[in-house]
Design a binder for this molecule. Structure first.
Ligand SMILES: Nc1ncnc2c1ncn2[C@@H]1O[C@H](COP(=O)(O)OP(=O)(O)OP(=O)(O)O)[C@@H](O)[C@H]1O
Length: 255
């Protein structure tokens, strides 16, 4: 495994006096596939918003030796940090290839993009292969299945050479097969990048997480391997107290 790690220290985000992220510390090593789980409103998305510059925060967030807090969104992106949202944002009327080419050109001038139009740049063909979309490269993104759109969005981060990917519920609404394919894709991506996944799907988390941080009320409640987190009485209490959300209950496997 290689790549850069993410270090978060005493991260705090407040909205009008309400503290959504309340002194979070995280050490996410290079090549980790870290899942952030926790009940609704725990602060998971706000934490990712803070890392990517979408909300103001205090504390420290360092990636690849650089402090991120205080930088504007585009400068954080330029450091190799990219995210997806719960709804895929691809250009539906353009082909898969065109979507990837535009993403790859995000950091290039229009002349460079014109010169390259005739051939498929190497990072784009690699992203097509990694995401399994090579056979669909000339189809409009609008006809892709839900899962394939999410993979395209991940591919758009890969062609930008994003080193830290932050993915918000990447398997929401996916079929069983799509979930498995996504898990395998994330494993491939994490071979040489750092991946952070916000997730409510506990089966998916159990199958693919290398490490887990459980957030609750803006704080890190528990952290470790899947087995360690599942065995943590504090985690069981938080989830088992939420009978209205049975899908979110991480029942210990060997209990
Ligand atoms: N822009 C905002 N203004 C005010 N409060 C906000 C804002 N964004 C988030 N919050 C609040 O901060 C808390 C954390 O929200 P956040 O979306 O980060 O939780 P989450 O763990 O991602 O939840 P979910 O799993 O439901 O997406 C919630 O109480 C939410 O209502």
């Amino acid at each position: 495994m290689s790549g850069e790690g993410l270090t978060v220290r005493d991260l705090r985000v407040s909205f009008d006096g309400f503290t959504a992220v309340d002194g979070v510390d995280l050490d996410i090593g290079p090549g980790d596939l870290r899942f952030l789980i926790g009940p609704n409103g725990a602060g998971k998305t706000t934490l990712v918003d803070a890392v990517t510059g979408l909300v103001r925060a205090s504390g420290s967030v360092r990636f690849a030796g650089q402090e991120l807090l205080g930088r504007p969104v585009h400068r954080i992106a330029r450091l190799g940090i990219g995210r997806t949202f719960q709804t895929a944002t691809v250009f539906e009327e353009l082909t898969v290839l065109q979507n990837l080419d535009i993403a790859a050109g995000a950091g290039r001038g229009p002349l460079t993009m014109l010169r390259r139009r005739g051939s498929v740049p190497e990072p784009v063909s690699r992203a097509l292969e990694t995401t399994g979309l090579t056979g669909l490269r000339d189809r409009p993104a609008g006809i892709l299945a839900h899962g394939q759109k999410q993979w395209l969005e991940i591919g758009m981060l890969l062609v930008q050479d994003v080193r830290l990917l932050l993915l918000d519920e990447p398997v929401a609404g996916m079929s069983h097969e799509e979930r498995e394919a996504t898990g395998e894709l994330l494993r491939r991506v994490a071979e040489d990048r750092t991946v952070v996944v916000i997730e409510h799907d506990m089966d998916f988390m159990r199958s693919y997480a290398r490490s887990v941080s459980v957030l609750h009320a803006g704080k890190v409640l528990s952290e470790g391997t899947v087995a360690e987190v599942q065995a943590d009485a504090k985690v069981q209490e938080v989830y088992l107290g939420r009978a209205a959300e049975p899908a979110a209950v991480p029942v210990p496997e060997e209990a």
